[in-house]
Design a protein around this ligand. Structure first.
Ligand SMILES: Nc1ncnc2c1ncn2[C@@H]1O[C@H](COP(=O)(O)OP(=O)(O)OP(=O)(O)O)[C@@H](O)[C@H]1O
Length: 412
């Protein structure tokens, strides 16, 4: 690790530790933390989850009583970190699908405790947790998903992935860039902002250039804030604007999620609809690898952002002359379906890893077995079809959905 990388990792660790201590002390002291963003105050009720670079809190709007999941991404390195976080915001906005989480609002604020910035993402709250939580509950209660239930959750997840792999970009010319890169409304209907959106996420008081405070009430200037508008009448800055969804004739720009796993699929309140989330690792899927440097760069990015037990073999050992593509997600879907069936990834808790062999070796050789179970041969074949070391032998997302349907039909 180079000295700047070490410093950046240390800063991230320090900030994560600060957030963890803060979360713990506010629990122990029974004291409700508050965060004020753009004129509205939110109570932080509890920590919902913690990722590599962020904390997710259950936040309640003091005014309306509505609850949200508030993702707080600390960017101690300033603009570089903000750009990374904003790419995640951009990805949340890009894909509009019933099985993909939608972002309600976001804000970039000055970190009152340092030189860096904080990016906040307001997301709908999913109280039932994610598929990993459901797997954990099954383990505790010695239960299993029924094959039908599991395949329905899997198919919904695949439909979200299809929206990413089949993404068609709208031409940039249909949008206007703001010179300062800020996000502004282009047109307002007679009533101004959308009533739906207003109801869910009421308009902040004041002139929109509100402030931010953290518990202490100290106001720190708000750098950027923007909100979701149902009919897309928000003007994005150039980079964001280029990547909005286009119609059927628009250019195909496949995206890969790159971190598909049960922990990144929430369960909607109906208990049956899967909702794909966490676009922190999402990239344009097709990346030609022309030289060794590019190969090593892609390997490093994958090592940092794609969970090892769900990571495709071609991301462990990126080869010059190949093109990485959306098939990396098909591998992760294979691992995800396996985990739904048997409670862990095929490359966790295997004989190889238990005997000290590395996950990487097990993945590179597709070394896994199906434990004995009552699941159908069709389900096992579906998993095996996705877990092919050679990405060209894996089915594309359309074929995966068709195969899933066929297995479902045999169960009906
Ligand atoms: N909308 C939501 N509703 C309820 N809980 C949520 C929501 N979003 C995130 N969480 C919880 O927070 C956890 C971390 O969220 P998320 O995966 O977005 O963070 P991350 O930093 O990108 O994580 P990772 O390191 O896994 O990539 C999730 O596993 C989930 O338990």
């Amino acid at each position: 690790m180079s000295p700047p990388q070490f410093l950046s990792a240390f800063e991230t660790f320090k900030d994560q530790a600060k957030d963890a201590i803060y979360a713990l002390t506010s629990c122990l002291c029974q004291q409700t933390a508050k965060v004020k963003i753009n004129g509205r105050t939110f109570q932080i009720i509890k920590v919902l989850g913690e990722g590599g670079f962020s904390f997710v809190y259950l936040a309640q709007d003091e005014h309306s009583g509505r609850q949200f999941a508030l993702k707080k991404i600390r960017c101690p390195t300033g603009s570089e970190g903000v750009n990374v976080a904003m790419r995640e915001v951009e990805a949340y906005r890009r894909f509009k699908h019933p099985n993909i989480i939608r972002i309600l609002d976001s804000a970039v604020v000055q970190d009152p405790e340092g030189d860096g910035k904080i990016v906040y993402l307001f997301l709908p709250l999913y109280k039932r947790g994610n598929l990993q939580d459901a797997i954990n509950a099954n383990v505790v209660n010695r239960k299993h998903f029924s094959e039908q239930e599991m395949l329905r959750l899997f198919k919904g997840t695949c439909e979200a992935v299809r929206a990413m792999h089949d993404f068609r970009a709208r031409a940039a010319s249909s949008q206007q860039a703001q010179p300062n890169g800020s996000l502004r409304q282009q047109e307002q209907g007679p009533s101004g902002r959308h009533s739906d959106d207003d109801e869910r996420f009421p308009q902040p008081e004041g002139d929109g250039d509100g402030g931010y405070s953290y518990d202490s009430g100290v106001n720190v200037p708000l750098v950027t804030t923007h909100r979701e508008e149902e009919d897309g009448d928000v003007v994005f800055n150039e980079e964001l604007g280029q990547e909005q969804q286009g119609g059927p004739g628009a250019e195909l720009v496949p995206y890969a999620h790159r971190d598909l796993k049960p922990g990144n699929v929430m369960i909607a309140d109906d208990g049956v609809t899967p909702i794909l989330m966490d676009f922190g690792s999402t990239v344009k899927a097709r990346i030609p690898i022309d030289n060794r440097n590019q190969a090593l760069l892609q390997q490093d990015i994958a090592a940092e952002q794609s969970t090892m037990a769900y990571r495709a073999p071609e991301l462990f050992d990126v080869k010059t002359g190949q093109t990485l593509d959306e098939k990396v997600d098909i591998w992760s879907l294979g691992c995800t379906l396996y985990a739904l069936a048997y409670s862990h990834s095929p490359f966790e808790n295997t004989q190889t890893t238990e005997q000290g062999g590395s996950i990487a070796m097990a993945v590179l050789n597709a070394q896994y077995k199906h434990p004995s179970s009552a699941y159908s041969q069709g389900l096992k074949d579906l998993i095996d079809g996705m877990l092919k070391v050679n990405p060209t032998e894996r089915p594309d997302i359309h074929a995966v959905i068709q195969m899933t349907d066929r297995v479902l039909q045999t169960l009906a």
